[in-house]
Design a protein around this ligand. Structure first.
Ligand code: PHE
Length: 328
């Protein structure tokens, strides 16, 4: 009989079955209790032997149930551990790959090109004085150029959002003496908005001041640069006489595009002696030229982008198409 119970305990597959067995054997009305009740009808001698037997059986069953119980609990735990495991070997979600914005690309390419020819890079603040933006550049207060720049004025202040990178001509030339060659790329601001103008855009200023610099140096520099940039050794260029208060003579440069169309790409000229004097540079000793070009215009022409506003929409699909990877 003891064998039987032991067998049943061993073959229990679930904690619930085991617990039912426990109640059946050791419970208040269980087998052991019932057997103990029979002791009353026995004589003292038999009661002693029988009692000891029953107690021994009780101990045996109790420890058999305990043992089986911890085994079943252990198995249940192992099952949970297997089922609830997180598979950390799952492949990661696809990575987002960033791209270089065409404006950044154009600025860095042009900077690299000119740095090979001895140009340094200088910077200036976006908010600057009217003195740097206009006066020192030979644009007096009444001058129509102040209006034509659609300037953003700062209220109750002498400052403006710089309308061109030419501010950096003044800032640099007041602190660094010639001979000098430098570039000043950066953001510029004018109150203007359509398919070819945004209120914020980018310019790149170029300046060379040395002894005996003349207009031929300016022409050669611009022609070589444009042919390199647009990857066309036969690119047609046209220097059209123009006017800027800070250069004399001044020119605007057009490039010959498809079927005899000309497109303006930059302004340039020989730095005006007044500007040199404003920076304490002796114009009888040093001459120089400057040019200023719109980075958006260069990027649009080179990469076939036709609406300037797309540069600033922040659309990642657009950037995916027009942006540049690390090796392009
Ligand atoms: N600053 C001029 C502009 O924004 C461009 C320019 C720069 C012209 C340098 C001549 C020399 O229109």
């Amino acid at each position: 009989m003891q064998q039987d119970w032991q067998q049943q305990i061993n073959s229990a597959q679930e904690l619930k079955t085991l617990d039912e067995l426990r109640v059946q054997l050791l419970g208040k009305n269980g087998l052991i209790t019932q057997q103990l009740k029979t002791l009353g009808s026995l004589n003292q001698e038999d009661r002693k032997t029988k009692g000891a037997e029953i107690n021994a059986l009780k101990d045996l069953l109790t420890s058999a149930i305990e043992e089986k119980k911890s085994l079943l609990e252990q198995q249940a735990l192992e099952l949970r551990l297997v089922n609830e495991k997180i598979d950390i070997t799952l492949p990661a979600r696809p990575e987002m790959v960033g791209k270089t914005h065409p404006i950044s690309k154009v600025i860095s390419d042009i900077t690299k090109y000119f740095s090979q020819n001895g140009f340094q890079v200088f910077d200036g603040p976006h908010i600057d004085t009217q003195e740097h933006n206009f006066d020192a550049l030979n644009i007096p207060p009444h001058h129509p150029a102040r209006q034509s720049h659609d300037t953003f004025y700062i209220e109750d202040s002498d400052e403006v959002l710089r309308t061109h990178t030419s501010t950096v001509q003044i800032r640099t030339l007041r602190n660094h003496k010639p001979p000098i060659r430098f570039l000043a790329p950066g953001r510029t601001f004018r109150s203007d908005y359509d398919a070819t103008h945004t209120p914020m855009f980018h310019q790149m200023e170029g300046v060379v001041i040395e002894e005996n610099i003349n207009f031929a140096h300016l022409k050669g520099t611009i022609i070589d640069f444009c042919r390199w940039f647009f990857e066309d050794p036969n690119l047609k260029l046209r220097f059209r006489p123009s006017f800027f208060p800070f250069t004399e003579p001044s020119a605007e440069v057009d490039i010959g595009w498809s079927n005899d169309k000309w497109l303006e790409v930059l302004g340039c000229g020989m730095i005006h002696p007044t500007v040199l004097a404003n920076c304490d540079i002796d114009s009888t000793k040093y001459q120089g030229f400057a040019f200023g070009m719109g980075m958006e215009r260069f990027a649009m022409l080179k990469y076939g982008i036709n609406d300037i506003r797309a540069f600033y929409d922040g659309d990642t699909r657009w950037l995916d198409m027009y942006g540049f990877g690390s090796i392009s």
